[in-house]
Ligand binder design. Structure first.
Ligand SMILES: C[S@@+](CC[C@H](N)C(=O)[O-])C[C@H]1O[C@@H](n2cnc3c(N)ncnc32)[C@H](O)[C@@H]1O
Length: 236
């Protein structure tokens, strides 16, 4: 594991260091192409956290801007809406979400890792990040006097969680979500048949009615799909 992280860091460093063949007097023109991994310092910080807590972080790289767009595709928020994000990490989804957050809408992030939590508070000082676990959502909303969220987006590594934790978080999510709200998470097709991933989808369908799977977002490492869930319609 340590060796894999060392090699990855080395290749990222090489990718970001200018080649000796291109003299400083002739700086290369910017190609306009964005690095799908985003900010290098954040990528390195993310990989270091993965190395120290692989199951809790659950991914080697932070999600891409393209995956963030897919996570928010078709979502229309309004004045007064509440949005909750589970496991923002370095803020890959947070940045786009906050760009699109309408005036008068509230955002809360819930992050369990103190290192990521500190990073988020510094990167988005005007927003509130709760240092704790996703299942505390209801208590947190009540404490802050907030309405039921219209959108809950999750970056949590559900596939590496035991069933009891998946159950606990999904129960709390269903109870907290607005009746017309949406719960979104993502999965890696490469892990689709892993036991934890299959179990998560099964547990999610015990809690939510509607399930929509997006097309694969290829500009993400590894490629990912967004899963959307809505609340079961109440029987009259
Ligand atoms: C795969 S990373 C995703 C980070 C970011 N959303 C992204 O897509 O790049 C998972 C994040 O979930 C956090 N996490 C794991 N379990 C959690 C829990 N029970 N409650 C809140 N955050 C949790 C980890 O600390 C990590 O920041």
């Amino acid at each position: 594991m340590q060796e894999a992280v060392r090699v990855t860091l080395l290749s990222l460093h090489r990718m970001s260091t200018p080649s000796k063949k291109s003299p400083a007097s002739h700086p290369k023109k910017k190609s306009g192409k964005k690095n799908p991994l985003g900010n290098l310092a954040e990528v390195i910080s993310f990989i270091m956290r993965f190395a120290s807590a692989p199951t809790s972080v659950g991914a080697v790289f932070p999600s891409s801007r393209d995956l963030a767009k897919a996570m928010l595709h078709g979502i229309e928020l309004e004045y007064g809406d509440v949005v909750v994000e589970y496991g923002p990490g370095t803020g890959a989804f947070t940045a786009l979400l906050l760009e699109r957050l309408p005036e008068g809408a509230e955002y809360i992030g819930i992050e369990r890792d103190p290192h990521f939590h500190g990073h988020l508070q510094r990167r988005f000082p005007e927003k509130h990040f709760h240092l704790g676990s996703a299942e505390e959502i209801q208590e947190l909303l009540e404490r802050r006097g907030l309405k039921k969220p219209r959108l809950i987006i999750s970056g949590l590594p559900f596939a590496s969680m035991p069933r009891s934790v998946q159950e606990m978080i999904l129960t709390a999510t269903r109870e907290a979500l607005h009746d017309d709200g949406v719960f979104r998470t993502f999965t890696y097709p490469i892990c689709w048949y892993m036991t934890g991933s299959q179990r998560f989808r099964k547990v999610a369908l015990d809690h939510f009615d509607d399930h929509h799977k997006s097309r694969t977002v290829h500009r993400n490492i590894p490629p990912a799909k967004v899963l959307s869930y809505s609340k079961p319609v109440r029987k009259k």
